[in-house]
Structures are given as C-alpha cells and as structure tokens.
Design a protein around this ligand. Structure first.
Ligand SMILES: NC(=O)c1ccc[n+]([C@@H]2O[C@H](COP(=O)([O-])OP(=O)(O)OC[C@H]3O[C@@H](n4cnc5c(N)ncnc54)[C@H](OP(=O)(O)O)[C@@H]3O)[C@@H](O)[C@H]2O)c1
Length: 256
C-alpha cells in the first residue's frame, strides 16, 4: 500500500461502484470502497479483490453526514496514498413519486446526496489534485440528469443540477489537469443493492429473467467498468466530458 495510485469509490455496492473498483484494482490501483450500511457486502467486495491478487480497503460511512466526505478524503490520502481517481457513484433513486408524495425533506435529501455531496468532494480533492498536477473525477449519473419526467421531481432536480456542476467544475479545473466526466447510464443496471432493493426481490428477479440472463438488455456493471477505466486514461488532448451508456436494446432518452 502507498506505492500504488489510489482509486476511491464513493458509493460502492455490488453494481457499478464495486465493479469499477474491481477493474481499477485489476489494473494495479489500490481501491478504496466506501458505502453506507452493508458491512458484509463491503467486506465481500474487498475480499473479492484481494483474493484475485488486487489491493483494496473499505470504509463504512454516510456521505451526507457533516464532514464525512471531507474526513474520508483526508483519511485515505494519509493512510492509503494519493488519490488519482475518484468515482462519485451516489444516486438518489427514490422511485416514481407524485408531487404530493414528494415531501420537502426527500427533495432536499436528493440534493444533499448528489449535488451538494459532489460539491463537498470537489472542494477537498480539487486543491490536492491540482497541487499534484492533475487527477480524475468520474461521476455516475442517470437519464433524469437529462430530462425531467412524471414522478421524478426530487431525482431530476438533484442530478440535473449535478450535471451542470460537473460542467462548471470542468470549466475551472480542466486547465489545471483535473478531468471530470459525467457518465449517465440511460437504462436499468444489474445492481442488486440499488434497483434490486428499490424494486424488491420478486420484481427484481422478474426483471433479471426478462432482460438479464444472457439477453444483455440490462447494463452489466462488469462491462461498464471497462468504459470507466478507459475514460480515466484518455489523453488530455481527447477527454470526454459527458458519456452516455445504454444496452443495444434501448432507445436513447431523446427518442423515447
Ligand atoms: N441501478 C440502476 O438501474 C441505475 C440506472 C441508471 C443510473 N444509475 C446510477 O448508478 C449509480 C449507482 O450505481 P449502482 O446502481 O450500480 O449501485 P451500486 O454501485 O451497486 O451501489 C451504490 C452504493 O451507494 C451506497 N450509498 C447510497 N447512499 C449512500 C450514502 N449516503 N453514503 C455512502 N454510501 C451510500 C449504497 O451503500 P449501501 O448499500 O451500503 O447502503 C450502495 O450500495 C447512481 O449514480 C445511479 O443514479 C443506476
């Protein structure tokens, strides 16, 4: 530890977060996986990586608590090493809710989990990366960052704002060598810890049977991880600032 570049994943479940962690570890990074509540799931991700010969450590934290993100970055820099790549993977998937079913607190929570949390992360990590001559901040996002829709008040407002925050960060930090990419996944993912829990076991199993299981009609996190790795290693003369991802079977949001 210490000699390897560090990839920090904020929001590491068994879907995109954990699989991006596995990919970076396979390619020689030390991966730090941070998630909120599932200690067993966290330990499994860490041991999957170490048993495969990679290097990883984990943190349990609630990102929206005061100083949680700030302390995480300081702690990782001190104990694991210089953070070269951060994946900001927190979403705010509350399911479809009418205006009446969207309390003020939930609307505010969406913003805290996505826009404000990314802003807090950038405030701490950007000066550190700038002093080292650069770094990469990848942000996972979703269709609701591109268009509002019925039932998506809290989600769309939160992540639509975050998309523009990514653009503002890029405008200021790109010339300082910090690459920010807003990666929006325009489809459902095989992600048991997020969509799996939102739908419940029966509906999630049905979704897997209908669109997973070799049909490749759900985004497969392991495959997406290759794209994230590529984006983090683009030459600075050819950076992507926004990337969309969807399976072959899906219409893009603008045709839907
Ligand atoms: N799943 C989909 O179908 C889908 C579709 C389009 C876009 N996306 C985007 O993909 C990203 C998530 O990827 P994923 O769905 O594959 O999930 P994932 O990487 O499997 O898991 C994300 C993890 O984030 C953690 N998390 C949530 N709130 C947190 C908090 N306050 N503090 C710390 N950790 C927290 C959760 O930890 P615990 O489990 O320990 O609570 C969860 O396991 C989001 O940005 C989402 O908008 C997802």
């Amino acid at each position: 530890m210490g000699k390897k570049p560090v990839c920090l994943i904020l929001g590491a479940g068994a879907g995109v977060g954990g699989n991006v962690g596995k990919k970076f570890a396979k390619e020689g990074y030390h991966t730090v996986l941070a998630r909120r509540s599932d200690e067993e799931g966290l330990n499994k991700l860490v041991s999957d990586i170490t048993e495969a010969g990679g290097s990883a450590s984990g943190r349990l934290l609630n990102a929206i608590e005061d100083d949680a993100i700030e302390n995480l970055i300081i702690d990782v820099e001190k104990n694991e090493g210089p953070i070269e790549v951060v994946l900001f993977n927190l979403g705010a998937q509350f399911g479809d809710r009418t205006l009446e079913e969207t309390p003020l607190k939930l609307f505010e929570m969406g913003w805290r989990l996505t826009s404000l949390a990314l802003f807090r992360l950038a405030k701490v990590i950007a000066p550190i990366m700038e002093a080292r001559g650069g770094g990469k901040i990848l942000v996972t996002s979703a269709t609701s960052a591109m268009r509002g829709n019925a039932g998506q008040h809290a989600h769309a407002a939160a992540i639509g704002g975050r998309r523009l925050l990514c653009q503002s960060l890029n405008a200021e930090l790109g010339v300082k060598g910090i690459h920010i990419c807003h990666i929006y996944i325009d489809a459902a993912i095989e992600a048991p810890d997020t969509i799996g829990k939102l739908l419940g076991p029966e509906a999630y199993q049905k979704l897997l049977e209908e669109r997973g299981n070799g049909k490749d009609m759900l985004v497969i996190p392991e495959k997406v991880a290759d794209t994230y790795y590529h984006i983090a290693h683009q030459h600075r003369s050819a950076w992507s600032h926004e990337v969309d991802i969807r399976p072959y079977s899906e219409q893009p949001w603008w045709n839907n």
